[in-house]
Design a protein around this ligand. Structure first.
Ligand code: NAD
Length: 284
């Protein structure tokens, strides 16, 4: 996709951070925008901000983990704009620590939002795009954590690896069907967003009834180090600029911090050399 004016973008997790940065960029490109998010107040604030800047924008309160919500999102997007050209599967949460230190509801919540959210959206939006048979693009937000293994939350890590796998396979599945839909997977490093405060959007159904294991001091130290790096991270606006460049150039892998690619390389080399996983250099 080379031109964006008047095209329609659907963005999940659009009320904050990277999603909000993508929405602002869509507005600059004079796109029609569908904002989807679970946090109503922030969602309406994002809509007002974009409207004030002159954008055509609707906001749909959506829990991407809920299939019926995602169905309704697709329906309302089509009702409003009759077309969907660009889909950003971006909503995501982080919780838990090592698997045994995470509660059952931590596991369910992170997997339901980060993985099932992407699955529901692909199931609802790809058939619409196939039927349109016009150039479309899907950007799935993974993370550098989707190509490496070292993160405070093992659950976050597994979902981000899953999103890379889903995206690569989606790319193949669409290619062999000669679809006009391109795919990218966004693998950012640290971005200055509200992700470390993801708990604000944990629905009551996922509240922790009991703690299965206690986080250790080591886990807390690692989380603090990540918190600092996110606080000093890249602005979402710069991530959005990188994403739009990748859409125009039809790049599949979208990196924001090329200096971190050495971690991917080291992991791949260890795998091919039959070596055990090595701790990456950094805040251990
Ligand atoms: N911030 C980083 O350093 C970083 C790095 C790599 C990847 N990511 C990924 O970027 C994506 C966006 O996160 P962010 O960093 O902008 O964080 P953020 O918390 O600022 O934004 C995430 C948005 O997703 C929404 N959301 C949460 N649960 C939802 C649900 N069930 N349904 C719909 N919306 C929901 C939140 O309300 C929020 O508006 C996530 O997938 C995250 O994993 C972030």
């Amino acid at each position: 996709m080379k031109k964006f004016e008047n095209k329609v973008a659907v963005i999940t997790g659009a009320a904050s951070g990277i999603g909000r940065g993508l929405a602002q960029r869509c507005a600059q490109e004079k796109m029609k925008i569908v904002l989807a998010d679970i946090e109503e107040k922030a969602l309406l604030a994002a809509q007002s901000e974009l409207k004030a800047a002159g954008a055509q924008v609707i906001a749909i309160l959506t829990d991407v983990a809920n299939h019926e919500n995602v169905k309704a999102l697709a329906r309302e997007a089509i009702n409003a704009y009759q077309h969907i050209d660009l889909l950003f599967n971006n909503a995501g949460v982080a919780a838990g620590a090592a698997i045994w230190e995470s509660t059952f509801n931590d596991c369910k919540w992170v997997i339901d939002v980060n993985l099932w959210g992407v699955i529901h959206c692909i199931r609802e939006f790809v058939p619409i795009m196939m039927e349109q048979n016009t150039p479309c693009h899907i950007v799935n937000t993974s993370s550098i954590a989707g190509l490496t293994t070292y993160h405070p939350s093992a659950l976050y890590q597994l979902t981000k690896h899953g999103i890379v796998a889903i995206s690569e396979q989606l790319h193949h599945d669409l290619a062999i069907r000669r679809a006009k839909i391109k795919v990218s997977v966004l693998c950012p490093g640290f971005v200055k967003t509200n992700i470390m405060d993801a708990e604000r959007n944990r629905p009551a159904a996922y509240f922790n009834q009991q703690i299965n294991g206690q986080k250790t001091a080591d886990a807390d130290d690692m989380e603090d180090a990540f918190y600092q790096m996110i606080k000093n991270g890249m602005p979402p606006k710069a991530v959005a600029a990188r994403v739009f460049q990748a859409i125009v150039e039809e790049n599949f892998y979208v990196f924001t911090h090329p200096e971190l690619n050495i971690l991917i390389q080291a992991r791949m080399e260890d795998i091919l050399a039959g070596l055990n996983p090595a701790l990456p250099p950094g805040p251990q």
